[in-house]
Structure formats: C-alpha cells, structure tokens
Design a protein around this ligand. Sequence first.
Ligand code: DTR
Length: 348
Amino acid sequence: MIKRTMLLGTMLIFVIVTCLSLFATVAVAGKITLNYANFPPAPTFPCVQMERWKIELEKRTNGQVEVKTFPGGTLLGAKEMMDGVIAGQADIGNICMAYQPGRFIVTNATSLPLGIPDARSGSVALLKLYEKYQPEAFKDVVVLTMFTNAPGNIMSQQPVRKMEDLKGMDLRASGDSATILKAWGANPVGMPMPATVEALQKGTVKGLFSSLEVMKDFKFAENCKYITMVDAGIYPFAVIMNKASWAKLPADVQQVMMDLKEEQAVWTGEYMDQQIKDAVAWSKEEQGVEVITLSAGEKAQWDEKIIFMVDDWIENAKAKGSRPRRSSTTSRRSFNKGHALTECYRKS
Ligand code: DTR
C-alpha cells in the first residue's frame, strides 16, 4: 500500500514537473529580447528614464518582452547612436539631437531661445512638434518617445556675474547651446556630456553650460563652485527603434510601446525637473556652491544677444528645404517665426 502511494506520488510529481517545464519552454520560446543602448552613465537622467521604460514595458507585456539595457556607451556611443540603431547594432537607442545639429533641424528647434520654462513643458512640446511635422530625419527609425532636459545654466570655476566675466571663458556646450555661449562672448568647447568629466579635471574647460542636475549626477559641484542662472537652451532627446526590430514585434507589444510614448515623455520631464531642485539644494548645502541671479536689466541684455538664433533657424530650415513628411499647407505656414513650437509648449 505504502509502495503504491509512493509510486503514485512520484508519478504526480513527474507530471507536474513536466507540465511546468513545458510551460516554461513555451514562455521562453515566445519571449522577445530587445537591446537598448544609451550613452551616458547609469545614474544620469537619460538612463534613469530608460530603466523606468524597461520596467513598465516588461510589466505591461506580462514578461513577454525583456529589455536588456546598456548604459555608459557600452553598446553604442553618443555620436554613433542614430546610425547604429538604423544598422541594427542595437534594437533601441537614446540620442541627444544636439550632438548632430545639422541632422535634426526641425526637432532641434526646441533648443532655440524660446523661453521653454522646464523639462516637462519642453518634453511635451518636442513630442508634439515631432508628431505634427514627422521630420524626414526620423524616417529610418520608429520613435518610441522624446524628451528634453531643463533649460541650461552656467556652471563655472570662476564667478560669472555679468556678461564681460564670460569673455573667452572655455565652457563646454554642444549644438545650439554652443551658439548661445558664443553670442555671450564665451569660448564654447563642443563634446558630449560624458567627456566633460575628464575635460573639467584636466582643465581643458573651466565649466559648462547645461541643465543643473549634472552638478549632482556627475558631481560637477566638486569642481564648479558657481552657478549663473540664465535659463536658456534645452537639449532634445529621442528614443528610437530599429525598423526591422519593430516590424518583428506582435501588434499588442507595439501598442503597449505607443501607449507609453507620451507618458514616458511627461514622466522624464517631471523626473528631470525634480532632479534639478535636488541638485541645486545639494550643491548649495553640501558643496558650498554660490547661485548667482542676474538683475532683470542684465538678463534682458543676455536675452537680446541670442534672439537672432530664431531667425537664423528659420532661414537655415528654408534653405535646407525642411518639409514635413506628411506635408500640408498649414504645417508649412506655421514654420514662421518658430510660432508652431511656442504654441506647442504654451498649450501643454
Ligand atoms: N545638456 C545636454 C544634455 C544633457 C543634460 N544632462 C545630461 C546628462 C547626461 C547626458 C546628457 C545630458 C548636454 O549638455 O549634453
């Protein structure tokens, strides 16, 4: 009797184990793995948003999709990101458009001095701008989301209290932010953000112009003891996917990704805005950083110096024949004076 019960028990266990392993094999066989490349180090905001997206996607697809993340340029670096994703070296990648200024003319318009107040507004405006004009620059990829950082401010080793203090100062910036610095009299030195750490340590640059969360995320506050608030110039980012990898996805997974598109832009903008507050507080309280605010008169002069960039952008866009992919006469008309963009973030 005991023998029979033991035999039955063993058989039952065998059946259960076989069923479970069969189920697991099916689940593993149906599992989709996607590689997601990112260029800055893991603790910085482009990577934090990547991890958040990964978690949400895996959750919302009930584990059907697994996202393998590669921060810190371990799969693709900042400048090869776009072409690397097009070529399929990664399924997904995060690009900072300002690092290739001539390539993303329409969406780089968000980095013009338009008075975008924060990262949330910037991110929503950028995504709307993209959706409205569907620029040619993205025709070889699928856009999963877009976002911006917060307006840039000057972080420096020497105090900058008036425009003359900037004269000839070597400061790191890219794209339109470099044009802004130049107009103010500084000497912009172009390089992607991760390269700035070494440049500051070696003294190749004496500070930088970017959003202030980097004071904490990259520990720049240890090197730059002054912040001058100028609130100008944001950087647009896009998360892009290889078209063939996209085409292989089941429709329901594609839908989950599209449903995440705007939500992710808003989440990232809000995350960044909060990071800025934390980083400024930390810089002041723990690193003895001085925050310099320009007088209204002085700020007006700084703003005046960079207004030309909007007109230049319009001329340049016209010369390069920028046209929306889904061309419509209304779209073309609203290219005037950057109004389309200002409209986007005011309504958001
Ligand atoms: N301001 C751009 C983009 C940027 C801002 N914060 C980070 C952190 C990590 C990478 C890029 C950025 C820049 O200066 O490059």
